[in-house]
Write a protein that binds this ligand. Structure first.
Ligand SMILES: *[C@@H]1O[C@H](CO)[C@@H](O)[C@H](O)[C@H]1NC(C)=O
Ligand SMILES: *[C@@H]1O[C@H](CO)[C@@H](O)[C@H](O)[C@H]1NC(C)=O
Ligand SMILES: *[C@@H]1O[C@H](CO)[C@@H](O)[C@H](O)[C@H]1NC(C)=O
Length: 350
């Protein structure tokens, strides 16, 4: 079991998670005030189902311009159609752009298409994620949970930094999870060459990476104009568990769903993390149940770990020279990282 290796710490984490699951539905969520966000622009990854779709719905209702970043654009267009069914005028305010976070090429293509829209970027919602997939790798040969949930979003955020910074009071919302408590940072063996693969642990670790990424980005980019927050949407009944075995999924579907939140309820916390005026004065925080601040455990606030993760993530991505220059000019890379990334670009090209 997971807790053999971590003992009391892990047992406490399991108990906390269990408590969180059982109380998911019982807790009365504070009603979220629908804000009027005319012309604010929001990009949501994984917007074609579950929490991403419901978060998109809340933003559409608020009058925002919404970019649905979906791996499958057919599904993305179905969602757009659903949103516009009663009000055709909305069509001009919703875009569907393909984004597959397991592919560097797709992330780059997404960013290019996005830039061609020439919009500001007020909210970037990093919601897409995989959970419980069997050991598999992204196009860039990185384990899937780490690759999609962390690394893909890492690259996407860096490439959009310019736009985020140029927009006043912009905000990045990272959808993480309390399960980060059971994660570990084993960057020496991302691809599980020398240890047993457990999909849940891989998921939990990717959620820990989300929080460490938030920490490092906050440290590197201090500004009143950009804040970065993470949110635990609660234990939500979505299709994300479909990868677990058949009977586990059956149990999950029939039994646990009694306790779990609906995607609509989960989306409330994500939406609030983006627009709640009370929360919008914070950066580097972790929220849940709409307006609750959750203290982060030591594993997620460890400076050496967040720096290590940052450097490792940079080394796994082959940036283009113009991207490296952009990141340097924004002072997101230090001089050493700049030179190394640049050296790695030219090696890629030759
Ligand atoms: C996208 O979703 C549609 C509708 O479910 C499906 O028919 C199609 O095969 C999917 N495309 C990809 C590339 O997965
Ligand atoms: C997380 O932090 C706790 C307390 O500092 C420590 O005991 C535990 O080993 C850490 N877990 C992992 C997986 O790093
Ligand atoms: C550059 O590539 C080398 C070899 O793959 C790697 O060890 C190093 O960390 C990379 N550096 C950066 C900043 O990408």
């Amino acid at each position: 079991m997971l807790w053999d290796s971590y003992g009391w710490y892990s047992l406490r984490a399991w108990l906390w998670l269990l408590f969180d699951v059982i109380t998911s539905r019982l807790i009365q969520l504070k009603p979220v005030e629908q804000r009027i966000l005319n012309d604010a622009v929001v990009v949501i990854t994984g917007a074609n189902s579950g929490i991403g779709k419901e978060t998109a719905r809340l933003f559409v209702k608020s009058g925002a311009k919404v970019i649905l970043a979906c791996r499958n654009s057919t599904l993305g267009y179905q969602v757009k159609e659903e949103f516009c069914a009663k009000n055709k005028a909305l069509e001009a305010k919703i875009w569907v752009l393909p984004l597959d976070l397991q592919s560097t090429a797709s992330i780059r293509a997404f960013v290019e298409q996005w830039k061609s829209l020439q919009l500001p970027l007020d909210y970037l919602i990093l919601n897409a994620g995989v959970l419980g997939v069997p050991l598999s790798y992204t196009e860039d040969h990185v384990e899937m949970h780490f690759g999609v949930n962390h690394l893909g979003h890492f690259m996407l955020t860096l490439l959009l930094m310019e736009n985020l910074i140029q927009t006043k009071h912009s905000r990045v919302v990272i959808v993480s999870s309390l399960t980060y408590l059971l994660g570990s940072l084993r960057l020496d063996d991302i691809n599980y060459k020398n240890r047993r693969y457990r999909s849940f642990e891989a998921y939990a670790s990717s959620k820990l990476c989300n929080l460490l990424f938030m920490r490092e980005l906050c440290k590197r980019y201090k500004s009143d104009h950009l804040s970065i927050v993470a949110v635990h949407p609660g234990d939500v009944h979505t299709q994300v568990a479909r990868h677990f075995g058949k009977w586990i999924y059956y149990l999950y579907d029939k039994v646990a769903s009694v306790f779990l939140r609906s995607p609509e309820q989960g989306a409330l916390s994500v939406y609030a993390a983006a627009v709640d005026p009370y929360l919008s004065s914070f950066s580097g925080i972790f929220t849940m149940n709409v307006d609750q601040l959750v203290p982060l455990a030591a594993n997620a606030t460890h400076d050496a770990s967040s720096k290590y993760l940052w450097k490792k993530s940079l080394s796994l991505i082959s940036f283009h020279p113009n991207e490296v220059e952009m990141l340097r000019s924004l002072r997101i890379l230090d001089e050493d990282e700049y030179l190394q990334c640049l050296a790695n670009c030219s090696r890629e090209e030759s």
